[in-house]
Design a protein around this ligand. Sequence first.
Ligand SMILES: CSC[C@@H](O)[C@@H](O)C(=O)COP(=O)(O)O
Length: 364
Amino acid sequence: MLLDQRRLPAEEAELVCTDVPALVDAIRTLAVRGAPLLGIAGAYGVALAAARGYDVAEAASLLEGARPTAVNLGYGARRAAQAYGAAVGRGADVRQAAAAVLAEARRLHREDAEASERMARHGLALLDELLPGGSHRILTHCNTGRLVSGGEGTAFAVALAAHRVGRLRHLWVDETRPLLQGARLTAYEAARSGMAHTLLTDNAAGSLFASGQVDAVLVGADRIAADGSVANKVGSYPLAVLARYHHVPFIVVAPTTTVDPATRDGASIEVEQRPGQEVTELSAPFPPAAVSGTTGRLPRVPEAASGVAAALVAPVGTRAHNPAFDVTPPELVTAVVTEEGVVCPVTGTGIAELCARSRQVTMS
Ligand SMILES: CSC[C@@H](O)[C@@H](O)C(=O)COP(=O)(O)O
């Protein structure tokens, strides 16, 4: 059972996935999303497969293939599949093996919550070190809070920790085109946590930096390559460039499960390309109610890819370039905060150590 993130903030609706294809669809359509949560969903998906008596290895590979960039998804699915294999190897019957996978998924879920808490602590200490004086105006991109984690999230958890100790002056929330994770989800989480926040269009960030209103950028990551390159929601790289130009720290917050030593460098990271319709139409993942509320005088088209009514925002037939992520080179990253501590890609410090601490699981 998932909280259906496609329907937020209009509605807090549950989505029940009773088989693996349903979960794969939920992952592809972003009902469940965000790197750490994808790992958790992948592990529970394999537990579901085991409980239903499906082929566990095939389920793990289907789940892993649902979205290519967030390495956590494959990590969760592979780790659960390994737990199944190990149980069978110990002589467990199908029911016992399924129980072992479920226990492993729950363990991963708990570990993510713990990692989240530790990242928040390390991140807050880093902010205090980088920005003495302690009244932080933080800009964040996409959604990295409780909605994406077993705990309070990655980058958002650091901002929340600063808020709790009275050191967050303001949270700037990028809307995050085209699927509006910032507007729909981060603004929703910030409001629920009572954080002072303002939503801006992604394009408004430049003038915000220029007017000196951003003290630090905090983002999450979907995959960190062996050279310290960071893949995150499209729009993160331009923020890193802006931050460098304006002498503002650009900080990545991600658990060690996001570090992938097997991916050599940024160019080797597969960036998910999403349907152009997400750019040319106001449609998926918005629920029909939200779409009808926002169509105004825009022409309506009968059906979007998701099957919900949509409004055109570009002429029929317009092609759209829609990468879901971009890659920030290590020289633009001031620091990577993990649950194990802080490393500094800009100086090359700690990247090898980070890779050594990665918890990636490879299937034999
Ligand atoms: C949640 S931590 C980091 C990332 O997963 C997050 O910033 C992000 O890019 C999510 O992308 P999404 O396409 O919404 O799954």
